[in-house]
Design a protein. Sequence first.
Length: 111
Amino acid sequence: MKNINEYLSGLSGKYKTKYAFKAGDTVNVDYEIKEGDKKRIQSFKGIIIKKQGNSTFTIRKFSGTIGVERIFPINSPIIKNIKIIMSGKVRRSKIYYFRNLRGKQAKIKSI
């Protein structure tokens, strides 16, 4: 039994993410884009709408008057850096209502 417990405890630490963010946080994600033979790093700055366990997270930003959402896998090799710009105070873990808000209503209080 001792070997099984050591094995399971080793697995739980292996799959933990190195980023500590939650829904409502404003983040800047730097990820790698491959265009033909060239590679470049592009940033995506927005508010995290949802975080699904330890697998993916969704970011929403406004490009002009149009809302753009992007889903990123947390442990993907294309993600180079995730920087938390501002930590927001929300009462839900998935803020889907944020999609319907416009202008000043779409602000989230900072902690």
